[in-house]
Design a protein around this ligand. Structure first.
Ligand code: ZN
Ligand code: ZN
Length: 345
């Protein structure tokens, strides 16, 4: 809370932020941190047993309207300027809280305070991310390398889910993207009943969630033998990805990494459809973002990010290669370790 210049406290409404700061994983709850050192979490009766176990020692208020109760708690303790999370509070909730605080307490809109802390992972978080990535690698080996023509995109998505669960995942990190043939050219394709055919590129973008932390990996294989155009775009994407990983060091600016990858894709004669990557942690997409509009200044040791360039030829097929990386003192370590060469199945 040392960053809260001129503020008497922070009202945390985003649930990942509540979890990060308190350990409480319930889906209804909010937390309040006051300059005085008071820390309190509010949740409803369904979560009282859980919150006592997950956030021992923290003061708990039972409430069906956690934010309102915590605001009152802050006002009762003389808070005159209270930070709220502008990105996570609905307009209706903000207006309701403003009404309730009246002239007693000014609500100050802030963005990214807790997200900034979350961007750099501690050892326990890195352990969870390593495990999520290891499960993801195991699922790829169990499913994608054993694909045969005739299987559908949906069946492969189901197989990936089952393989991740069997390997210890608590859930999938997100709905798996599985695209065959022309569907692989759709960056965020949703799996369909299309069967796998000879000559198809197969793009799989998926990951496991373990202890709340997400993995994110994309690999593209081909039902061989690969055509020249398939090899060409795969090589181009692999080169851009390797250069991006090599440049992902402490001090590197996310906007510059993104710009470098864009240049590489354009130089290969293709257009750019999306940013280079994103932070990964309690959310699948979090700070720092590797996009042209990123507000993150520089990578730091302990950040976990993805590097995921892609080239997509509409109507033909596309290739994306994505790894989840840990930024170390001198460079990036790939936490997802599935081979990246073009595999012919
Ligand atoms: Zn992904
Ligand atoms: Zn991603």
């Amino acid at each position: 809370l040392s960053s809260l210049n001129g503020l008497d406290g922070l009202l945390v409404s985003n649930w990942e932020n509540v979890r990060y700061l308190t350990g409480f994983t319930g889906s209804n709850g909010a937390a309040l941190f006051l300059r005085t050192g008071d820390a309190v979490v509010a949740t409803d009766g369904r979560y009282l047993i859980q919150v006592a176990a997950e956030a021992p020692g923290l003061e708990v208020i039972e409430s069906r309207q956690p934010l309102d109760s915590l605001l009152q708690y802050a006002i009762d303790r003389g808070a005159g300027r209270l930070a709220v999370e502008a990105q996570h509070l609905s307009l209706a909730a903000f207006r309701r809280l403003q009404q309730a605080s009246g002239t007693n307490c000014e609500l100050v809109e802030t963005t990214g305070i807790v997200e900034g802390l979350r961007a750099v992972k501690d050892e326990g978080e890195v352990q969870a991310l390593r495990q999520a990535c290891a499960i993801t690698d195991a699922a790829f080996a169990a499913v994608v390398l054993k694909l045969r023509p005739g299987v559908t995109e949906r069946a492969v998505a189901d197989q990936l889910y089952a393989a991740m669960r069997a390997a210890g995942a608590e859930a999938a990190a997100f709905d798996s993207i599985v695209g065959f043939g022309p569907n692989s050219a759709i960056p965020h394709h949703q799996p369909t009943a299309r069967p796998l055919q000879p000559g198809d590129l197969v793009k799989t973008d998926f990951g496991a969630r373990y202890a709340g932390y997400h993995a994110d990996m994309t690999r593209t294989v081909v039902v061989g033998p690969a055509a020249d155009w398939q090899r060409d775009i795969h090589t181009a994407v692999a080169n851009v990805q390797n250069r991006g990983v090599a440049a992902a060091k402490p001090g590197a600016a996310p906007v510059e990494l993104d710009a470098m990858a864009r240049e590489g894709i354009v130089e290969a004669g293709h257009r750019v459809f999306h940013g280079l990557g994103h932070g990964v942690g309690l959310q699948i997409h979090e700070a720092p973002l590797l996009v042209p509009t990123s507000t993150a200044e520089a990578l730091e040791p302990g950040m976990v990010i993805t590097i995921e360039p892609g080239i997509y030829l509409e109507g033909q097929g596309g290739v994306r290669i994505e790894d989840t990386l840990l930024i170390g003192e001198s460079g990036a370590e790939r936490l997802t370790q599935t081979p990246r060469e073009l595999i012919e199945i």
